[in-house]
Ligand binder design. Structure first.
Ligand SMILES: [Zn+2]
Length: 284
């Protein structure tokens, strides 16, 4: 696999789902071996934040990155998923505001812009991280694991029974599935029963039925538009995993499995992975 960047920059603007504030993002091409870098364009000094698991500072509702000067960007996972899902390994992501715009709640608007400007293949090979050992993290009865595999695949199971939805399983396999059509359009979701808690705690201030699929107590969507997929929440979980795992800085060669995946465990498994160099090998 070859490294790639964008043929030309693109820009988007909207509101942050958590802050509710207006923000904008512009993505620029970058040279080979640059990787993905965030820059707060509204801040003059110390405004760069490398897209690395080392910079994850919060995982409660979304993935937040912060640099050593306390400069932060929230909700990085959807734009990261769009870039790596479309094969873009080198880019500078300039953000005005403390959050990436939520747009329609999926990665689809970013993917459309990436397709519109074009993906430019570069000459050097991509850095690939091959999983060598079985790794597992737990959070109560939730768990996530990474194990060796000859390609990258994701297999998840979610228990939404208390929210009126069925327990479901879903998989994504880069060798067989199409990211832009099967995963990118899946929107952020939530449950009406939790809305009061979020309001009281000043969370999800930018969430609306235009950017979030909200399920009522019977597990039925309250949005006027239909679900984009019968298992849209499952696909969105896979989208978040692709975005979060990109913070490894590598294309992962391995199998990711999880019961009730979360941003928190996505971070924990990367921290566990890099704790011991015997867990992986870097190959091209
Ligand atoms: Zn998400």
């Amino acid at each position: 696999m070859i490294q790639a960047t964008l043929e030309a920059p693109f820009s988007m603007k909207g509101r942050g789902v958590h802050s509710g504030d207006f923000c904008s993002v512009s993505v620029f091409p970058a040279e080979e071996n640059h990787g993905l870098l965030f820059v707060r364009s509204d801040i003059e000094e110390n405004s760069s934040i490398e897209a690395s698991y080392k910079n994850i500072s919060e995982t409660a509702m979304c993935t937040r990155l912060s640099n050593s000067h306390g400069i932060a960007i929230n909700t990085v996972e959807h734009i990261l998923a769009a870039l790596v899902g479309m094969g873009v390994t080198n880019a500078v992501i300039k953000v005005s505001g403390e959050e990436i715009p939520i747009l329609d709640g999926s990665a689809d608007p970013f993917v459309r812009e990436i397709l519109a400007v074009g993906v430019k293949k570069q000459s050097q090979k991509r850095k690939i991280l091959k999983i060598l050992k079985y790794l597992r993290v737990e959070d109560g009865d939730r768990w996530s694991s990474l194990s060796s595999n000859d390609h990258f695949s994701i297999h998840i199971c979610c228990d939404f029974k208390k929210n009126g939805l069925k327990t479901e399983a879903a998989s994504f396999d880069y060798a067989k599935n199409n990211f832009s059509e099967e995963i990118a359009p899946a929107r952020t979701f939530g449950f009406f029963a939790e809305a009061e808690f979020l309001r009281k705690n000043n969370l999800a201030r930018g969430a609306t039925l235009e950017n979030t699929v909200v399920f009522d107590e019977n597990g039925l969507p309250m949005n006027e538009s239909d679900l984009r997929f019968a298992d849209e929440p499952m696909r969105h979980k896979i989208l978040d995993i692709i975005g979060d795992l990109s913070l490894s800085g590598y294309q992962i060669l391995g199998k990711f499995e999880s019961f009730c995946p979360s941003h928190k465990m996505n971070h924990q498994i990367l921290a566990t992975l890099f704790q011991n160099p015997d867990n992986y090998a870097i190959v091209t």
